[in-house]
Design a protein around this ligand. Structure first.
Ligand code: NAD
Ligand code: LYC
Length: 597
């Protein structure tokens, strides 16, 4: 049975009859006034260097006020950086090309519904430790949002009838898995305990910029054993550790799927630091759904940033390129409208490719040689074909109640060989039903299903409009029939409407090259240290988000946001560093060492 696709060309676009979020967040036509530099700030310390003048000859007086830092994009990486910088007393401007903030963590509305653009499985909203980075990001702007704990991170429906629930409680999860592989009971515990060892170390540290030597020296001095434990794992991948303890090939395949489900690469290519975070935090802080939808996090961040004097967020502000002064230092941005905004530092939350590739934000003559190293090591991961589906509960033949055992997140795979990308929706199928946790995001009696499967841009190129629509319909039908067969009987006749997004949709609405989920290692790399940090080789230009250490994921990009804010604040004189020559020398030394890895 074929499921009708409604609004299919406008997925992620806004319903004009319903504001996407509180009206106070609607695009500000006039940014809040910010004093021109070098206005003294009460929090600005005496070691602040003289302001840099951005004297682009082609630059006329900008209509917008100058800021300390201008940020391109409003993904979670950008908003975390902005929040932390505002809190440190800097004047920050955020420019987002789309109508809603949050990038892949935004939400779009249809009458009565709030759909999460990206995944609904949220790490980092816990209350304890130092790795609850979304909670911490919200706190920088004085915000907190209620969240709903998810008792099961994910339920896997895998080949060979392997059905595994990842319970919030660690021991319950180990028991579930060990009952399926009793001969590997010891190995299973050893592998996941190693993940805890990484996590416990990270969770003891204040998480800041790893390219700021004063911070690094201070945490090594305070917690030497913890740091050496992190160093022990930082150049390894999860597959290496899993193989050390586990021999059963089917169990190793399960661990591949466990890694692939968030890193989009198998365990051998997944950095152990990230595996340690994900495989432990789900049992520590847990997976928590933000009440009202994932987009609430970005909305609250924006409201909080706007409350800081001189800080602003502008929507519908498409940055065309970065501006440079006579010395080659990045000193502002030019919008598609021709408007120019000057800043002492520029941060790009666009992907590395959208920042540095031809036609990107940085003109070719300013692209540093060092970018070739990134291109050589990292490739774009595939994008997704996704469907946001509104479903009538009364027409389903299964109970959708958590109490009856229905989980919010599922991963389905019919054939081990199809894990990475299989054409026509045969690959890994990701399913989230956030209304199981939060009924407020859909009308009474309705559910939201968000279903997606990896898909490459090239499969969607060169299609006529009719072929494009037909392909979307085929993908939707395949995804729905897989789901109906394995989990939700009656689904196809309970669908009110569905909106399908392709890699082309993700490119268009999220501004991500080829709609990619993010960078993945193009060849086997040693762990995480070769991933770029936030500084670039261009003076005054920084990157934040999933193209920087430690990669994809909201909590990961929030880490990159805190790290970026720390390094930028240090470079602009808002945080005390080691004396400049020593700071420079040690940072260079660290950079050289990372090149050897
Ligand atoms: N469960 C989860 O953990 C979860 C859920 C959702 C998203 N994610 C992941 O979160 C990460 C978030 O990523 P991120 O912070 O790197 O960013 P992002 O891609 O989400 O956001 C980047 C933002 O920059 C904007 N932008 C790009 N170019 C621009 C330009 N020229 N001018 C103005 N704005 C521009 C885009 O419109 C977008 O809003 C991704 O890895 C994503 O896959 C994870
Ligand atoms: C010398 C040097 C440099 C150094 C030294 C040593 C040290 C000190 C180090 C340190 C380090 C650190 C701090 C690190 C950190 C890290 C971190 C924080 C990380 C994080 C991570 C996170 C992550 C990765 C996450 C992720 C997540 C994700 C991606 C998710 C996703 C999801 C999805 C997609 C869902 C799907 C499913 C369904 C729907 C079912």
């Amino acid at each position: 049975m074929s499921v009708p696709i409604l609004f299919q060309s406008s997925v992620f676009s806004l319903n004009p009859t319903r504001p996407p979020f509180s009206p106070s967040l609607l695009p500000a036509t006039t940014p809040q006034p910010s004093p021109r530099l070098p206005a003294p700030s009460p929090t600005r310390p005496c070691f602040l260097p003289a302001p840099i003048s951005c004297a682009s000859p082609a630059t006329s007086e900008s209509a917008s006020p100058d800021v300390d830092v201008v940020i391109i994009g409003s993904g979670m990486g950008a908003l975390t950086t902005a929040g932390d910088l505002c809190q440190k007393g800097l004047k920050v401007g955020v420019l987002e090309r789309y109508l809603i903030p949050g990038g892949s963590s935004a939400q779009f509305s249809r009458p009565g519904y709030r759909f999460d653009v990206g995944a609904s499985m949220i790490f980092g909203l816990g209350t304890e430790g130092s790795t609850n980075l979304l909670t911490r990001a919200l706190a920088t702007v004085g915000r907190a949002i209620p969240s709903i704990p998810d008792p099961v991170q994910v339920r896997y429906h895998l080949p060979d009838n392997l059905d595994v629930s990842v319970a919030r409680d660690y021991e319950t999860f180990l028991d579930n898995l060990s009952s399926l592989f009793p001969h590997e009971r010891v190995g299973i515990r050893k592998f996941y305990d190693e993940c805890w060892s990484v996590f416990n170390s990270l969770n003891l540290m204040p998480l800041r910029s790893l390219e700021e030597p004063r911070y690094l020296l201070s945490i090594f001095a305070k917690r030497p054993l913890t740091c050496f434990n992190v160093l022990r794992f930082i150049a390894t991948n999860a597959g290496d550790i899993a193989r050390r303890y586990i021999k059963d090939e089917k169990l190793l395949k399960f661990i591949d799927v466990e890694c692939f489900s968030w890193s989009v690469v198998p365990a051998d290519m997944t950095p152990m630091i990230n595996a340690g975070m994900v495989f432990s935090d789900r049992h520590y802080g847990g997976i928590n759904y933000p009440a009202g939808g994932v987009g609430r996090i970005a909305e609250e961040m924006v409201e909080g940033i706007r409350e800081h004097e001189g800080c602003w967020v502008r929507l519908r502000a498409n940055v065309k390129n970065v501006l440079f002064d006579h010395s080659g230092r990045a000193c502002g941005v030019r919008l598609a409208t021709g408007e120019e905004i000057r800043a002492r530092a520029v941060i790009s939350n666009a992907t590395r490719w959208d920042t540095f590739d031809e036609g990107g934000l940085v003109p070719t003559e300013h692209v540093p040689e060092a970018e070739n190293r990134f291109r050589d090591r990292y490739i774009k991961s595939p994008s997704f074909c996704s469907a946001h589906i509104a479903v009538r509960e009364k027409d389903l033949k299964v109970s959708m109640r958590a109490e009856d055992g229905m989980d919010c997140h599922h991963i389905m795979l019919d054939n081990w060989d199809d894990m990475e990308v299989a054409e026509d929706a045969r690959g890994t199928l990701f399913v989230s039903i956030p209304t199981i946790l939060d009924k407020s995001i859909a009308p009474e009696g309705m559910h939201i299903f968000h279903v997606f499967t990896p898909s490459w841009m090239h499969e969607w190129k060169g299609l006529s409009s009719k072929e494009y629509k037909a392909k979307k319909q085929r993908m939707l039908d395949t995804m729905v029939s897989r789901l109906e067969r394995e989990l939700v009987e009656g689904l196809s006749s309970a669908i009110e409407f569905a909106e399908v997004g392709s890699p082309r949709t993700h490119r268009r609405y999220l501004g991500r090259v080829d709609g990619s989920y993010g960078p993945v290692a193009g060849k086997r790399l040693n762990g995480l240290l070769s991933m770029p940090f936030n500084r670039t080789e261009v003076d005054g230009l920084y990157c934040v988000g999933d193209s920087t250490f430690p990669g994809q994921g909201l909590n990961a990009t929030a880490f990159s946001g805190f790290a970026c804010a720390h390094r930028v604040a240090a470079d602009l004189g808002f945080i005390e560093t080691l004396p400049q020559p020593v700071d420079d020398w040690l940072t260079k030394l660290l950079g050289r060492w990372r090149l050897l890895l």
